[in-house]
Ligand binder design. Structure first.
Ligand code: ZN
Ligand code: ZN
Ligand code: ZN
Length: 165
């Protein structure tokens, strides 16, 4: 049997964002960061599991780097956020979560029962999404948009519970 390195068509869980794993070295270098194995592993972990907390990213990274500590993951993530390779999400009632920065200004719908998070395309395309009529003394940069939602599973459960009273 012959291995076919670089066969371009096997499905890859971390190809769904624009960056392919092999491009991360270039992306890191362009951002002025060294392409360390920790940074590469964190980028790939976030690509595989978007919207993860630091703990969830740690679990994911440990499949590549079993001995990495949570402190290292914090340090790596903050360097990637500063370099605009990773986007930090501060959703209400949730610890910080992270995803690959796609520069698409997308928003999030959060199920208020189970916390499930889905991406929602931005209606205006770029920040700020809302343009107030008056903004004395301020240049508006960002309107934080988070959709409070009920996911289909939770809606079904609640419907069933409602039917049994
Ligand atoms: Zn739900
Ligand atoms: Zn997202
Ligand atoms: Zn928007």
């Amino acid at each position: 049997m012959k291995a076919t390195p670089g066969a371009g068509n096997q499905p890859s869980a971390f190809m769904h964002e624009e960056q392919a794993p092999s491009d991360w070295r270039t992306a890191l270098r362009n951002a002025g960061l060294r392409a360390t194995k920790q940074r590469l592993a964190v980028l790939e972990a976030i690509g595989r599991q978007p919207h993860g907390t630091v703990e969830e990213i740690l679990d994911e990274v440990r499949s590549d780097l079993p001995t990495i500590t949570i402190q290292s993951v914090y340090v790596v993530i903050s360097s990637l956020v500063s370099a605009a390779l990773v986007r930090k999400l501060e959703l209400p009632g949730s610890p910080a979560r992270y995803e690959l920065e796609g520069h698409d200004n997308h928003h999030h719908a959060v199920c208020r029962y189970c916390g499930r998070i889905e991406d929602i395309a931005c209606v205006t395309g770029k920040a700020p999404c809302l343009h107030p009529e008056a903004h004395p003394g301020m240049t508006i940069e960002i309107a934080e948009v988070v959709y409070s939602a009920v996911c289909h599973e939770c809606a079904l459960v609640r419907q069933e519970e409602g039917a049994h009273h």
